[in-house]
Design a protein around this ligand. Structure first.
Ligand SMILES: [Zn+2]
Length: 244
């Protein structure tokens, strides 16, 4: 059966001397692995359509025998040149691609994940990029996968928050109001609690890496996954380089 699907290339690595394995998020079939035999030979005919982080249309053959599918045609729709020109935007895109690659089930229908990722890449391809784009994206991915982070109300008493939360309990699903948190010294960093409030109010965040880390940990905790996202380290280094 031939399938034609818009796809975002998540990862590509060599397989034997001349072939590639390409992992892509497709709109209709979820995350799919392709074996591109003689990948280097085909490099010219597929142009940049199989470059990691490209948005392409792929026609592929689905067989029941193997988990690796074969690409019949691949044509580039968007290469996101501005995103690739901006080191930080590129590193953020890599974190997103890795989260999808590591944490989504193979071949589930992932249409919403697909549009969420595509929209994020579109935003990363414009300048200036929104500084909190990864925070926002991680918030939405948590929500999409059923782990909504409660930032608007207290998870203990249900009261709508009218100021910064008193604490943050991932295991309870989010923020605690100051009343409910008053018995103990907050476990969460006060700067993080302040940013949760700013995020709730759609205001610019002050400690973005702290928020990114917390929302990623929140996701990992709820997925029960100890699989690390390696591109996070790269993003950290890129920011260090860019701020010098
Ligand atoms: Zn409360």
């Amino acid at each position: 059966m031939l399938i034609k699907s818009p796809s975002i290339i998540l990862h590509r690595y060599p397989y034997s001397d001349s072939s590639w394995v390409v992992k892509a998020l497709t709109a209709s079939q979820g995350v799919v692995s392709f074996l591109v035999k003689g990948g280097k030979r085909h490099e010219f005919s597929f142009k940049n359509a199989l470059d990691p982080l490209s948005f392409s249309e792929i026609v592929f053959k689905k067989t029941s025998k193997s988990e690796l599918y074969f690409i019949k045609e691949a044509s580039l729709i968007k290469w996101f040149p501005e995103m690739r020109n901006n080191l930080e935007a590129l590193a953020i895109a890599q974190v997103m691609a890795e989260v999808i690659l590591r944490y989504t089930p193979q071949e589930a229908e992932l249409e919403k994940e697909f549009s969420l990722l595509l929209n994020a890449f579109e935003s990363l391809d414009s300048s200036p990029i929104s500084p909190s784009i990864l925070v926002q994206w991680l918030f939405e991915i948590n929500d999409l996968w059923g782990y909504t982070i409660a930032i608007q109300y207290c998870v203990k008493c249900g009261t709508t928050l009218k100021e910064a939360p008193g604490d943050f309990f991932p295991e309870l699903g989010g923020c605690l109001c100051k009343n409910c948190a008053s018995d103990s010294v907050p476990r969460a960093n006060p700067l993080f609690l302040k940013d949760l409030w700013l995020f709730n109010q759609n205001m610019p965040l002050e400690k973005i890496p702290l928020m990114e880390k917390a929302f990623l940990l929140y996701l990992q905790r709820h997925l029960g996954s100890s699989q690390e996202i390696h591109s996070v380290q790269w993003l950290k280094e890129v920011r260090k380089i860019c701020s010098q």
